[in-house]
Ligand binder design. Structure first.
Ligand SMILES: C[S@@+](CC[C@H](N)C(=O)[O-])C[C@H]1O[C@@H](n2cnc3c(N)ncnc32)[C@H](O)[C@@H]1O
Length: 278
């Protein structure tokens, strides 16, 4: 199977678990809150949004609640089926203009300058592996001049920090067998090739400066980066404790929102976010 086929196959089998991803743990909820905060100002009634790599449609439900008109797109026909089902369950089906099964690396079925806002959240571009530049160019092409593109990808050093703090993960074995786990290769090149003990298809992990340079090269303006989560990346157990106390949780959310776009934290979140204007 090639990269696109492996990704389709993986997410077709992953099914409903993708819809649940952002609500499994308090740290997932933080990811959801920060991703929404990053684009919130651009949403509104009548705004056209492409949700590229929409998965089960978790973000599109919120876009629709804000009155946006959505085009769903995913390489997995099963994820598109789930996303349409969820929007209908929330009685928001009328906000879906189109639901497309397609590859972000080639969006020929969409004309230039179509959307006010283009969103590619939850690391779809990481799954393009060595084809991510074509993907970013396509997201830029289908966005209207003056419109914005919002992306989140897997964070290169952030993934290691996340693994260090992951409950139940054997971090000692992981670090002691760094060649087996391709640790140096990922840190140097960003590429994690196919691996017998990694369920996901090959992925590219990004650094903040790398993504910033790609956005500049393509011609984006007003570029801003973020990391998610930020202060509490890799500290999932502590975040669970904090979540038990409403006031403490509200303070953490407030601190995360105040800090997630600060330069010092960008390379350490689980996700790296970037936005830019065409
Ligand atoms: C982790 S999920 C994120 C879903 C959703 N955007 C979110 O943040 O909740 C990644 C999604 O990207 C999709 N995807 C991966 N590679 C893709 C590609 N080349 N073109 C379109 N979709 C892709 C997968 O099928 C999957 O549904």
């Amino acid at each position: 199977m090639n990269q696109s086929e492996s990704t389709r196959d993986f997410y077709n089998k992953y099914g409903e678990k993708e819809w649940e991803r952002l609500f499994r743990s308090p740290q997932d909820k933080l990811n959801y809150i920060l991703h929404m905060d990053f684009l919130d100002a651009e949403l509104g009634a009548g705004i056209t949004v492409l949700d590229a790599g929409c998965g089960g449609g978790r973000f599109s439900v919120d876009f629709a609640k804000r009155g946006c008109h959505i085009t769903l797109l995913d390489i997995s026909d099963e994820q598109i089926r789930i996303a349409e089902e969820k929007l209908n369950e929330y009685d928001l089906g009328s906000y879906v203009d189109k639901a497309l099964v397609g590859d972000i690396g080639n969006l020929d079925m969409i004309e230039d300058d179509t959307f006010d806002v283009t969103v590619c959240y939850g690391a779809p571009l990481s799954y393009l592996y060595d084809n991510y530049l074509d993907g970013i160019k396509e997201l830029y092409r289908v966005t209207k001049p003056g419109g914005q593109v919002f992306i989140s990808v897997n964070n290169r050093l952030g993934v290691i920090r996340t693994l260090i703090g992951r409950n139940g993960f054997d971090i000692v074995d992981f670090l002691a067998r760094k060649d087996y786990w391709f640790v140096d290769e990922v840190v140097q090149t960003g590429n994690l090739p196919s691996h017998p003990d990694v369920a996901h298809p090959p992925r590219h992990f990004f650094e903040a400066s790398e993504l910033m340079n790609l956005f500049k090269e393509i011609g984006f303006k007003d570029i801003k980066l973020g990391s998610s989560p930020c202060l509490s990346a890799g500290l999932s157990d502590r975040v669970e404790e904090i979540y038990e106390n409403k006031d403490a949780w509200e303070t953490l959310v407030d601190l995360e929102i105040k800090s997630y776009q600060k330069e010092a934290t960008l390379d350490l979140g689980e996700f790296l976010m970037i936005k830019g204007r065409k």
